[in-house]
Write a protein that binds this ligand. Structure first.
Ligand code: NAD
Length: 307
């Protein structure tokens, strides 16, 4: 049995963070949540508040901690096109503040929630971890790639250890954003019509948050290099229109007219196709059980029930 740790989870009040905290509470000696509640919810947690843009607060929280799960970020990919500073602050500067706090404190291990958007419009699909060059097309993707670079260079320079997880679309209970949640909101407002961004043919991989958390914990236990990079996703894709149909079915609606804003992508910075290669995870013994369709369907059910 590995020794129990005192861990800090930034963004622990958010969708993925709070699901991760639930699992960590079962295996670690102490789990501290650090979150500014910008998009997280107090209902999800009972613990500490703090902002990563406050260096003193994060330094204090990192003191006497063994490991940090750095989940906090502004995850809104679309936003970068209208607000060019938000990802610079909330992702890059926030990560820098955390790394500085770790360098000065006791925590020398970091797990980071990165994203498929670091690959940009990849020409190889499924896209493996060693794909390159990495050419993000959204400011969000750029910020996450910058965070990855800061984390790997801090690991090397200051003898830290890092796990970087590049996620596909993660869905599930407590989802507060993303296409499924968006469609549910729109259909609650108008149950006769659903506007889909782009041409609806965008094909992407969706993974249930419970599987995502399993994969994170599994990879950390099995891989102990200085820097460990893993894609986490499902083994198939689903289109935006198919997601629309699932949501309509799960809401018990019929005769819904689908309209499209047109073009192959939902917005500037969106990629029309995304599927990550997960051979690296499979080689160490982890593979997803759910299809994208099942993950989306379960998410729709959970989110509809909550609203
Ligand atoms: P979320 O918005 O639910 O969670 C982010 C959390 O970080 C929130 O609780 C928010 O309050 C907190 N936060 C933001 N800025 C902060 C700051 N300055 N200080 C302290 N706390 C702060 O989003 P999520 O979907 O759970 O995403 C979690 C992580 O996974 C993010 O890093 C995101 O970029 C990454 N990710 C998510 C997906 C996905 O499909 N959901 C895909 C790829 C990567």
């Amino acid at each position: 049995m590995p020794a129990k740790k005192r861990v800090l989870v930034t963004g622990g009040a958010g969708f993925i963070g709070s699901n991760l905290v639930d699992r960590l509470l079962e295996k670690e000696s102490e789990v501290i949540v650090f979150d500014n509640l910008s998009s997280g919810k107090m209902d999800f947690i009972e613990n500490l508040l703090g902002d990563l843009l406050d260096p003193e607060a994060i330094e204090k929280a990192c003191k006497d901690t063994d490991m940090v799960y750095h989940v906090a970020a502004n995850p809104d990919v679309k936003l970068g096109a209208s607000d060019t500073k938000v990802h610079l602050d909330q992702n890059i500067l926030a990560t820098y503040n955390l790394l500085e706090a770790m360098r000065k404190g006791s925590a020398k291990q970091i797990a980071f929630t990165s994203t498929s958007t670091v690959y940009g419009e990849a020409s190889i699909m499924p896209t493996p971890e060693n794909y390159g060059p990495l050419v993000p097309i959204s400011l969000y993707g750029a910020s996450k790639l910058a965070c990855e670079a800061l984390i790997t260079s801090y690991s090397h320079t200051f003898d830290m250890q890092a796990w970087i997880f590049r996620f596909a679309n993660i869905v599930g209970p407590r989802s507060t954003h993303g296409i499924t949640v968006d469609f549910i909101k729109k259909l609650k407002e108008n149950p006769r019509k659903l506007e889909i961004l782009g041409d609806g043919k965008q094909e992407k991989s969706y993974l249930h948050v419970s599987e995502c958390v399993n994969a994170i914990l599994f990879a950390i236990e099995k891989n102990k290099k200085e820097v460990n990079i893993f894609n986490i996703g499902s083994e198939d894709t689903i289109s935006a229109t198919e997601i629309g149909k699932i949501v309509v079915e799960e809401m018990g609606l019929s005769d819904v007219e689908f309209t499209y804003t047109g073009g192959s992508r939902g917005w500037k910075g969106d990629v029309p196709r995304m599927r990550l290669g997960i051979e690296k995870l499979k080689a160490i013994g982890w593979k997803p059980e759910y299809t994208s369709e099942r993950s989306v369907r379960e998410t729709a059910r959970a989110v509809i029930d909550k609203r």
